[in-house]
Ligand binder design. Structure first.
Ligand code: NAD
Length: 261
């Protein structure tokens, strides 16, 4: 349990990849604060499961990642109740699929706020304590869309490319202070976020469900398999180890070969 005594705050962790990170970190003994939306009974169940796995603290914050004040309160609550975050994972995200000239303005604003601006607000709030301890890990969940684009995802691609630039900038600012900052860039992972974009993609491109899965989602993923949540969690855990302390400011692809093309 190499993370005993450490505290992790993971945004967007009531589901999918974020919940996978939370489970992996708790298994190594970390206090964990999860965040996101969803069924309250299910979330209470995750909190109990995480605490049982770690033998440490686990809490839930319902902070909305579009609201800077709620983000600051979340970091303060985590600090007061579990300890200042030693590990911050910026993972919350949403998707909206539409041609740019039809892209709803409120969706553009929401995607940018949840993926990109929330990472700024959490990082700004969490860094001072990491600097004081001389140790920290900031892990962002980017995407292959931090590195390359696909059509009809202008907001998502802009936000994820932005997250890559933000990662590099913060990594440089804290490079001598024991804090690393990295951007994990998954290919398609089978989670509710992917499931939920299938109907819109069917409509936008006039395809069946199977065609969306095989001809759109996995078309450019050379391994022809979805990335697994556990594979991303294993990388996040490695980034928390001392052996990974020289890895900073990077985009780390876990994409079945997507960006090799
Ligand atoms: P998911 O829909 O399962 O999880 C998203 C999480 O974000 C949920 O916990 C949700 O409640 C939370 N969330 C959404 N809006 C929020 C808000 N306003 N405030 C707080 N929390 C909010 O999706 P996922 O696939 O696990 O995605 C997690 C991250 O991984 C996202 O940043 C996504 O862009 C990225 N990603 C996913 C894939 C994939 O194929 N699934 C690929 C590359 C990158």
């Amino acid at each position: 349990m190499f993370l005993k005594g450490k505290t992790a705050l993971i945004t967007g962790s009531t589901s999918g990849i974020g919940l996978g990170y939370a489970r992996a970190l708790a298994k190594e003994g970390a206090n964990v604060m999860i965040n996101g939306f969803g069924d309250r009974d299910a979330i209470d169940g995750y909190v109990a499961e995480l605490s049982a796995a770690s033998g440490a603290g686990a809490l839930y914050s319902d902070a909305d990642m579009t609201k800077p004040g709620e983000i600051r309160d979340m970091v303060a609550d985590c600090t007061a109740q579990l300890g200042a975050p030693d590990i911050l994972i910026n993972n919350a995200g949403i998707q909206h699929v539409a041609p740019v000239d039809e892209f709803p303005e409120e969706k553009w604003d929401a995607v940018l706020a949840i993926i990109l601006s929330s990472a700024f607000h959490t990082t700004k709030a969490a860094l001072p304590a990491m600097k004081a301890k001389g140790w920290g890990r900031v892990i962002n969940t980017g995407s292959m869309h931090s590195l390359v684009a696909s059509p009809f995802k202008s907001a998502y691609n802009a936000a994820k490319h932005g997250l890559s630039g933000f990662t590099k900038t913060v990594a440089l600012e804290v490079a001598t202070q024991g804090i690393t900052v990295n951007n994990i860039c998954p290919g398609y992972v089978w989670t509710p976020l992917v499931e939920n974009q299938i109907p819109d993609t069917m409509k936008t491109r006039g395809l069946t469900r199977d065609q969306v899965i095989n001809d759109v989602l996995l078309a450019n993923q050379p391994q022809k398999q979805f990335v697994q949540v556990e594979q991303l969690a294993a990388l996040a855990l490695f980034l928390c180890r001392e052996e990974a302390s020289a890895i900073t400011g990077t985009n780390l692809s876990v994409d079945g070969g997507w960006t090799a093309q």
